[in-house]
Design a protein around this ligand. Structure first.
Ligand code: XMP
Length: 516
C-alpha cells in the first residue's frame, strides 16, 4: 500500500544529529524515516512502495572515511533516481565514492564557522554570500569529484559544499539541522521543497494514532506497568498507554528521594485524578542504601536504573503485568549510544541503565523517536494539563545527577534548597518561559568564605540555566546580572553549608546540560 505521505529517508551514519534531521523534516509537514546506512537500492525501492519517497539525506557521523570499520554507503544508492543530500560525513562519503579528494584535515573545524557561498543554487538558493554554519569535522574534501561543481568554501575547507552538474546530488560539509547554522532551515527547506518537490501532507496527529495502535498491537490482551515520573515524557506515554490499555494499565510513581521540593506530592495530586491505576512507591531508603559510597556518575545511573526496574517488577508481580512502558524519548537513546556507529555520551537511566535481566516480557517505548518539543506538541493535542505540558525537563535519576560525588542526605538536602532558590528567582523574574532548564548543582568542591566575620569552608554550588530547542545542543542563558546576584546571595545566605556560587557558562557541546 502506498501511504499518502511524501517522505525523505535519512540514512544513519551514527551522527549525534541524525534524528534531528528527521524531526526538522517533520517540522515542515513532510514525513521522514531513519534507515540504516547500509540500506541497498532494492530496500530503497521496497520503501518506495510503502511511502512516497522523494529524497535521501546521508547523515553525519563520528567516523573518518578512512577508518577500517567506518560505515559505508552502497555506491549504487547514488544511482537511485531520487535527489540526495550528504551532510558532513555524508558529504565526505559522496566525495570519496565519486573520486573526489578527501583527506584528514590539518586543522579540524568544530563549532561556528563562516562559509563563503560561491553559487546560490539548489540547496543554497536565496542565501547570502557569507553564512554562519555549524561545522564539526575532521576529514575535508579538498577537490570536487569529476562532474561536480563547488558551491561553497571556507578558509580551511576548499569544498564545503558541492553539487553534481547534472543530477540532484548535493553535499554540505556543515550541519543545517543544528540551530547554530543560522539559515539551516532554509537550506533544508530548499532541499525538501525545491529539489525534492515534496508536498506538506503529514501532520503530528498521525503519530498519536500510530503510537496508540502500536501499544495495542504489542501488549495484546496483557496488563502493563508504566513508569511515571510526572515529567512530560512519562505523562504523555501514560496518556497514550491509557488510550490503548485502559484499566489494564498501572502507573507507578517511584519516589527515590531525589525529586525536587514538594514534587512527589504535586505529582500524586495531579495523577490521582487520572482514570488509571496510580501507585506511589516510597523507595527513598532503598535507593540511598544502594548508592552508599558510589561516586562514579555512570555507576550511579546504572544503580538507579536497575533499582527502578526492581521496584516496577515488584509492582508487576502484584498486578500480573507482563509489559513495562517507559517514556524514553529520542535524545535519551542517542546519548546512551544505542546505535552501532554513534558514541556513548552517558547512560540515561531508563536506557543504558537497564539491568541485563528483566522480568518483563518486553519494554515498550512509544515515544522513542520523538524529541522533547514534539512530545510537548503531542501533550497539547492530548489535552494534558498546562502544568505538565510546560514543566521543565527533569532527569529520571533526579537530583542524584546534580549532586557530584557520593550522595548523602545532607548533600541532597542542600541541593534541594539551592534548586528551590534558583527556580523561585527565575520564575519570579518572568524568565522561565524562554528557558529550557534552570537548576542548581552541588559540586564536590569546597571553598573558603567569610560569614559573620569568621572563616567558613563550605560547598560550591553551580547554577546552570540553558536555552535549547531539543536538548541535543544548548546555550548557557545570558540571564540578567541582578537575577544572578539575587540567586547567589540567597543561596549563600540561606544555606549555611554553602560558601560560593558560580554560574556555568558552557554551551552544549562541549558540555552536556546536566553535570553528570
Ligand atoms: P544532557 O545532560 O545529556 O541532558 O545534556 C539532555 C536532557 O536530558 C535530560 N536528562 C535525562 N533525562 N534520564 C532522563 O530521563 C536521564 O538519565 C537523563 N540525563 C539527562 C536532561 O535534564 C536534559 O534535559
Amino acid at each position: 500500500m502506498t501511504l499518502k505521505y511524501d517522505t525523505i529517508l535519512v540514512l544513519d551514519f551514527g551522527g549525534q544529529y541524525c534524528h534531528l534531521i528527521g524531526r526538522r523534516i517533520r517540522e515542515h509537514g513532510v514525513y521522514s524515516e531513519i534507515v540504516p546506512h547500509d540500506i541497498t537500492p532494492d530496500e530503497v525501492k521496497a520503501l518506495c512502495k510503502k511511502f512516497n519517497v522523494k529524497g535521501l539525506i546521508l547523515s553525519g557521523g563520528p567516523s573518518s572515511v578512512y577508518e577500517k570499520n567506518a560505515p559505508r554507503l552502497d555506491p549504487r544508492i547514488l544511482e537511485v533516481n531520487v535527489p540526495i543530500l550528504g551532510l558532513c560525513y555524508g558529504h565526505q562519503l559522496i566525495a570519496q565514492i565519486t573520486k573526489g579528494k578527501v583527506e584528514p584535515a590539518t586543522c579540524k573545524e568544530y563549532g561556528i564557522a563562516q562559509v563563503e557561498i560561491d553559487k546560490t543554487v539548489g540547496v543554497l538558493e536565496g542565501l547570502s554570500k557569507k553564512e554562519k554554519v555549524w561545522m564539526s569535522h575532521g576529514d575535508t574534501v579538498f577537490a570536487p569529484p569529476p562532474g561536480f561543481e563547488v558551491l561553497a568554501h571556507t578558509q580551511s575547507c576548499p569544498v564545503a559544499a558541492f553539487k553534481h552538474k547534472k543530477k540532484p546530488i548535493y553535499g554540505l560539509q556543515w550541519h543545517p539541522e543544528v540551530i547554530h547554522t543560522e539559515n539551516g532551515m532554509q537550506m533544508l527547506r530548499n532541499f525538501i521543497f525545491e529539489v525534492c518537490k515534496c508536498e506538506t501532507n503529514w501532520q503530528m496527529g498521525d503519530i498519536i494514532d500510530k503510537m496508540v495502535k502500536e501499544i495495542e498491537a504489542e501488549a495484546g490482551e496483557s496488563d502493563a506497568i508504566i513508569g511515571l515520573s510526572g515529567g512530560i515524557d512519562s505523562s504523555v506515554a501514560t496518556a497514550l498507554a491509557a488510550q490503548a490499555l485502559k484499566d489494564r494499565l498501572t502507573a507507578v510513581f517511584v519516589d527515590h528521594g531525589f525529586m525536587r521540593e514538594g514534587e512527589p506530592e504535586a505529582i500524586e495530586q495531579a495523577f490521582k485524578k487520572f482514570p488509571i491505576n496510580f501507585v506511589r512507591a516510597n523507595a527513598q531508603e532503598r535507593f540511598m542504601n544502594k548508592l552508599e559510597g558510589v561516586t562514579d556518575p555512570e555507576k550511579k545511573r546504572k544503580i538507579i536504573g536497575e533499582e527502578f526496574i526492581r521496584v516496577f517488577e515488584e509492582k508487576a508481580e502484584k498486578t500480573g503485568a507482563e509489559y513495562l512502558i517507559q517514556g524514553t524519548i529520542y535524545p535519551d537513546r542517542i546519548e546512551s549510544g544505542f546505535r552501532k556507529h554513534s558514541d556513548k555520551i552517558k547512560s540515561h537511566h531508563n536506557v543504558a541503565g537497564l539491568p541485563a535481566k528483566i522480568k518483563f516480557k518486553k519494554i515498550l517505548e512509544p515515544l522513542r523517536d520523538l524529541y522533547k518539543d514534539e512530545v510537548r506538541k503531542v501533550a497539547k493535542m492530548l489535552g494534558l494539563p498546562q502544568a505538565i505540558v510546560n514543566r521543565q525537563p527533569f532527569p529520571g535519576p533526579g537530583l542524584a545527577v546534580r549532586v557530584m560525588g557520593e550522595l548523602t542526605e545532607e548533600k541532597v538536602r542542600i541541593a534541594k534548597k539551592a534548586d528551590r532558590i534558583v527556580t523561585d528567582e527565575i520564575e519570579k523574574n518572568g524568565l522561565a518561559e524562554n528557558l529550557w532548564q534552570y537548576f542548581a548543582v552541588l559540586t564536590d568542591t569546597k571553598a573558603t568564605g567569610v560569614k559573620g566575620d569568621s572563616r567558613a569552608y563550605g560547598y560550591v554550588v553551580a547554577v546552570r540555566v540553558v536555552e535549547s530547542r531539543e536538548a541535543m545542543t544548548a546555550s548557557f542563558a545570558q540571564i540578567p546580572y541582578p537575577v544572578l546576584e539575587k540567586i547567589s546571595t540567597r543561596i549563600a545566605n540561606e544555606i549555611p553549608e554553602v560558601t560560593r556560587v558560580v554560574y556555568d557558562v558552557t554551551h552544549k557541546p562541549p558540555a552536556t546540560i546536566e553535570w553528570e
